[in-house]
Design a protein around this ligand. Structure first.
Ligand SMILES: NC(=O)c1ccc[n+]([C@@H]2O[C@H](COP(=O)([O-])OP(=O)(O)OC[C@H]3O[C@@H](n4cnc5c(N)ncnc54)[C@H](O)[C@@H]3O)[C@@H](O)[C@H]2O)c1
Length: 330
């Protein structure tokens, strides 16, 4: 069940979703801001976990599992995750395997969490071999999107969420670039749900959500996760739009518009061509020696490629785009 609104943290909704024993697992940065008060309201035990990608480790996973096992939490326990995408990813992962799965309520607190990470049932932790390589598909019992939580979110974090919203615009909704902020958030969530409902296990259509991520994940890997996810995705979207143009699918005019839409992101240069190609070698979308890319043929449309929604691209076909990238982001 999805709830989008305001003032949910102080209202009756969350207690009604947690009828029995409840454990609240929160990003430690939100402890004093929201978590302590919410734990009191839910009569829940509170466990704080590290902020950022440090949350998505074996260590945090184990910290949560030990907490649950030591506390003797049973199958009727509701786990509530309060935090951004890193928190909801790791808490979701544990909730999906603890006692073979316990009820999960997600309360995303970042824009990226609200429009993307908390929607669609994917959970994950990172390993030294790459990002999100361990994970499950697990649908939460409820997702509670409280837009008031964005008031304390730093601007840079809002830009991360905006990058995912823009991506959605590029692959599925040309009208996105005209909408007001709150409308945009709601529409983005609904659009992701619509895609996931058609393809919950990522067998085809859902792959379009990976637009910008082949390059984006590689950038994240080579920056050792120092570069924010959203910025990597924003850069990935521009670069993969360029690739769509070079391969003859996207018009020059559309690419120009996309490039200018991303100007506010102030995309940084933090890559090395060789490392980037090597990092793409571990991308999950790689097949038969080629790197597979989601491509667009206009703003608002990912190309279906007979239901595969991605296309293998040889390294040589990437050259022009990598040249352009080097000339543009230096
Ligand atoms: N499961 C999925 O489908 C999916 C989809 C997209 C992204 N993700 C994952 O999401 C993660 C990124 O999520 P994120 O961008 O939300 O990062 P995040 O969880 O690290 O949060 C970003 C920062 O904002 C702070 N913060 C969070 N909420 C706040 C608030 N309301 N007020 C003030 N500060 C706040 C956090 O402490 C942190 O420092 C990545 O690991 C990515 O892989 C998952």
């Amino acid at each position: 069940m999805l709830y989008i609104g305001r003032q949910f943290l102080g209202g009756e909704l969350l207690p009604s979703l947690c009828p029995q024993r409840t454990v609240l697992i929160a990003d430690v940065a939100l402890k004093m801001l929201y978590a302590e008060k919410l734990a009191e309201r839910l009569k829940a035990d509170l466990l704080c976990i590290p902020s950022g990608e440090m949350a998505k480790t074996f260590e945090t996973r184990s910290l949560i599992e030990q907490f649950l096992l030591r506390g003797g939490y049973g199958r009727d326990t509701t786990m509530v995750a309060l935090g951004g995408g890193t928190t909801t990813d790791v808490v979701g992962f544990v909730a999906s395997t603890y006692l073979r799965g316990v009820p999960l309520v997600l309360v995303p607190t970042t824009l990226l969490g609200m429009v993307d990470a908390a929607i669609g049932g994917k959970t994950a932790i990172n390993t030294e071999f790459g990002k999100n390589l361990l994970g499950t598909f697990y649908q939460p019992k409820a997702i509670v999107v409280d837009l008031d939580l964005l008031k304390t979110l730093p601007e840079a974090e809002k830009r991360n969420g905006l990058a995912e919203i823009f991506k959605m615009g590029l692959i599925a909704r040309p009208d996105f670039f005209e909408l007001e902020f709150e409308e945009l958030v709601r529409a983005s969530i609904q659009q992701k749900i619509a895609i996931v409902e058609q393809d919950p296990q990522e067998k085809g259509l859902r792959r379009i959500l990976n637009f910008g991520h082949t390059i984006g994940h590689a950038l994240e890997t080579i920056s050792h996760y120092q570069m924010p996810h959203g910025l990597c995705v924003a850069m990935g979207c521009v670069i993969e739009s360029h690739l769509s143009m070079c391969l003859g699918y996207l018009s020059k005019g559309d690419f120009k518009r996309i490039h200018s839409l991303y100007e506010p992101f102030q995309l940084p240069a933090q890559y090395n061509r060789k490392d980037l190609l090597a990092a793409m070698g571990t991308d999950k979308k790689r097949a038969e020696g080629h790197i597979r890319f989601v491509l667009i043929d206009q703003i608002g449309r990912a190309i279906p490629f007979e239901g595969h929604y991605c296309r293998p691209v040889a390294v040589e076909e990437l050259e022009k785009t990598l040249d352009w990238m080097e000339a543009t982001y230096h």
